[in-house]
Design a protein around this ligand. Structure first.
Ligand SMILES: Nc1ncnc2c1ncn2[C@@H]1O[C@H](COP(=O)(O)OP(=O)(O)OP(=O)(O)O)[C@@H](O)[C@H]1O
Length: 230
């Protein structure tokens, strides 16, 4: 179960052994934090809050792209004990605006990717396999979002961090993507953190929702229905 606690010291009622899942303790970056929360294996924690509050910075700190203090542990082992490239293979970030380095979509997948797995992922995201031959320059925003998920999942990360993933999609495509991610986290017991402004989406995909407030010292656990504004 996903859990969270304010810095006030209220205990985080973790229901999974700390040797599994993602555990965040007293995380600070810039003026943000300290944040404490945990995401159990196969669970999804939604994160929401006003624009500019620091949601993307939180993800960047978790993936160790920006300077931060505090502990981030995966399976009981600290981020600091991993070489950065290895940590980023384990903890995959799908940014709000994914970057592409090569002209063709397919070149962004590892050459030794399992062909059946690639087919299942691209079809799950609503494409046929020939999308791998498409030029990145022709991709729509929503296509880029879906293919960034394919690119991340084919590397089999242990943790998935999603930044407004699916925000550019119509309802049908969005639901398909949600299903692909739900299947992945269930099959791989991967903790997922999903940043979204869409409370209806978080209500569907997340076990718990954290709301980052204007008071940057707080991160509040909300039952899903409160997060959805009911
Ligand atoms: N490299 C940077 N240098 C200075 N300030 C930055 C940098 N990156 C982000 N910020 C600032 O930090 C704050 C938090 O940014 P962040 O991108 O985390 O917001 P967010 O909560 O994800 O917002 P949104 O919902 O609009 O995506 C913003 O005020 C932003 O301008």
């Amino acid at each position: 179960m996903s859990t969270a606690a304010k810095e006030s010291g209220r205990p985080s009622p973790s229901s999974f052994p700390e040797a599994s899942g993602l555990v965040v303790r007293d995380l600070r970056f810039g003026d943000n934090g300290p944040y404490r929360f945990s995401i159990g294996p196969g669970r999804c924690l939604g994160v929401s809050g006003p624009s500019g509050i620091g949601k993307s910075l939180l993800l960047r700190a978790l993936v160790d792209l920006d300077r931060h203090q505090g502990d981030v542990l995966l399976g009981g082992r600290s981020c600091e004990s991993y070489p950065a490239p290895q940590w980023r293979r384990l903890v995959a970030l799908v940014p709000a605006e994914p970057r592409w380095w090569y002209p063709e979509v397919g070149r962004h997948l590892p050459p030794d990717s399992d062909a059946e797995e690639v087919t299942a992922l691209v079809e799950g995201c609503g494409f046929s396999r020939d999308v791998l031959d498409w030029q990145v320059s022709r991709l729509s925003t929503g296509e880029k979002q879906r293919l960034a998920v394919v690119r991340a999942l084919i590397r089999r990360p242990s943790v998935l961090l999603l930044d407004e993933t699916g925000s550019a999609l119509d309802e049908q495509a969005g639901r398909r993507l949600e299903q692909v991610i739900a299947d992945y986290r269930r099959n791989h017991e991967a903790p997922v953190l999903w940043v979204s402004h869409d409370h209806n989406q978080l209500d569907r995909v997340a076990d718990h929702v954290l709301l980052l407030g204007r008071d940057r010292l707080q991160i509040s656990p909300l039952p899903r229905q409160e997060a959805a504004g009911r």
